[in-house]
Design a protein around this ligand. Structure first.
Ligand code: PMV
Length: 346
């Protein structure tokens, strides 16, 4: 039996991917940017094994046997096997992994109840573990195109730190890949606190939500043509220059722009709830109070908030958060002293 393991972090977009121009290949209608959180906090650990004796492909997810039958997973496995077969055709001495079945074991180190999308880290770890097992020579950006087919945002979890997913223009997706903007160490005082407003499964899954928006929202057309291309360049620059106030404003505006296109979809899609809206107001009030932008919120396809801040401002931010939410559970969790603090507000 041959085995390889890897970890992949959860990434939270600061410039949102919302809209597919090709549903099968997961090709986006706009480029996006994410910040990959430290692997100590939120990550998936995946091991992939192969042997001539395995009779079927199998996946154990957090200790439970799960199906590998989804079309998306099958596409990733087929691409990886194809690349391995190319290697085997060039070197006869290589074992024929491309023809053997796989056993995959995957575990998240964060509570599933935290309401965080785990598919990005999951697909990223799955693809990278198999690529390692197969000893594929391709770069991480090349491999990110395979992870992208599993879950669009998964392509960004192949890198740590600050990552851009370049949408590309080709119909076959050959230039739609993730690239590193800067490593984690470049801006190592960046931190995130996650406010778990609700741990429920999201109301409208991202794929169907995106389709509704693409087909019905006029605002969406404006967003992808007139807003995101400039914002993409400005956000990358703010990261390179470690300019928190600019990065924060762009992050908050982009979260609001994405949720505005959801509201402009027909029928409308609501991901934010009243608690989310209170958190938005609170962050603006905190920034106004200090007369300086020290915190930035962002919301994905659900009501939970991720607030980015720089470590030197932690006590300034937490003074407010703790006063308001100190009585809810989660503060006593192991994350309290680390970069992540999860707590429930409902
Ligand atoms: O990759 P998906 O299908 O889970 O979509 C992710 C969509 C957002 O999380 C809302 C935005 C993003 O860029 O991650």
């Amino acid at each position: 039996m041959y085995i390889a393991s890897t970890t992949a972090p959860v990434n939270i977009a600061t410039l949102k991917y919302w809209g597919k121009r090709d549903k099968t290949l997961n090709l986006p209608t706009n480029s996006s940017i994410s910040v990959t959180l430290s692997q100590e906090d939120l990550r998936t650990l995946t091991s992939a094994a192969t042997s001539e004796t395995f009779s079927e492909d199998q996946l154990w997810l957090n200790g439970k046997l799960e199906s590998l039958a989804s079309e998306r997973t099958q596409m990733c496995l087929a691409d990886l096997r194809q690349l391995r077969a190319e290697l085997e055709s060039q070197d006869d001495s290589l074992p024929k992994f491309s023809q053997w079945k796989l056993h995959i074991v995957s575990e998240n180190n964060f509570p599933t109840a935290a309401g965080l999308a785990s598919s990005a880290a999951g697909f990223s770890a799955l693809v990278v573990a198999i690529a390692k097992l197969y000893k594929l020579p391709q770069s991480m950006s090349e491999i990110s195109k395979i992870a992208r087919k599993g879950s669009g945002s998964a392509c960004r979890s192949l890198f740590g730190g600050y990552v851009a997913w370049e949408m590309g223009v080709e119909e076959d997706g050959s230039d739609s890949k993730a690239v590193e903007v800067a490593p984690l160490e470049h801006w190592d005082n960046m931190k995130a606190v996650i406010l778990v407003v609700s741990a429920d499964k999201k109301d409208t899954p991202s794929t169907s939500g995106m389709q509704t928006t693409v087909h019905t929202s006029d605002l969406f057309q404006w967003r992808i043509k007139e807003v995101v291309p400039t914002r993409f360049e400005e956000m990358k620059k703010s990261i390179v220059e470690k300019n928190f106030p600019v990065f924060a404003d762009l992050t908050m505006k982009d979260s609001n722009s994405f949720h505005a296109t959801c509201l402009d979809s027909f029928p409308p899609i609501f991901y934010l709830n009243d608690t989310s809206k209170k958190i938005i107001k609170l962050v603006h009030a905190i920034n106004e109070f200090y007369k300086e932008t020290i915190a930035a919120y962002t919301f994905d396809a659900g009501p939970n908030a991720v607030i980015y801040y720089e470590s030197q401002n932690e006590s300034k931010l937490f003074a407010f958060l703790y006063k308001l939410f100190g009585k809810v559970s989660g503060w006593e969790s192991k994350y309290t002293t680390e970069s992540l603090t999860a707590f429930t507000t409902e």
